[in-house]
Design a protein around this ligand. Structure first.
Ligand code: C2G
Length: 132
């Protein structure tokens, strides 16, 4: 059983997110998504989400590729998460390329997948006339 983990905010769920989750799941048998909490988004990522954590969590849980959703509450938890959940592979978009290579020290494969161009939650907000 190959276990994969990825992290993110996943606000205004769109096909770029789905492309990432589909490819992440293809790298193993079990995919965990560590979902940024509202507090972590606000304090550490300066993001105001349209959907709350619970709403974003229920959307992710409806996706066939996702097996478990856990909270992402801080930047540091990755090192303990990969041990606690017996993770084989860490996956994230290549906008983070190189940032999480330290996880290799925990015996985890680190994979940066190409982002889907032209789509982002902030792009959706600005296209719909909201401030991003
Ligand atoms: N993504 C993508 N293509 C897009 C938009 C997003 O592949 N057009 C990917 C991102 O690279 C990320 C995931 O979808 O792997 C979730 O995107 P965000 O919610 O923007 O995540 P981010 O804010 O980058 O949070 O600790 C890591 C952070 O929590 C990552």
């Amino acid at each position: 059983m190959k276990r994969v983990i990825t992290y993110g905010t996943f606000d205004l769920l769109h096909y770029g997110h789905i492309n990432l989750l589909r490819r992440a799941k293809a790298l193993g048998d079990y995919l965990i998504v560590a979902l940024s909490t509202d507090e972590f988004n606000r304090v550490e990522k300066n993001k105001t989400c349209y959907f709350s954590y619970e709403q974003r969590k229920s959307l992710l849980e409806a996706i066939r590729y996702v097996d478990l959703v856990i909270p992402e509450e801080n930047w540091e938890q990755k090192r303990t998460d990969v041990k606690e959940y017996h993770i084989n592979t860490f996956v994230i978009g290549d906008d983070w390329k190189g940032k999480f290579d330290f996880l290799k020290e925990e015996g985890v494969d680190v994979v940066y997948l190409t982002r889907t161009p032209e789509i982002s939650s902030s792009q959706i907000k600005s296209d719909l006339g909201g401030n991003s």
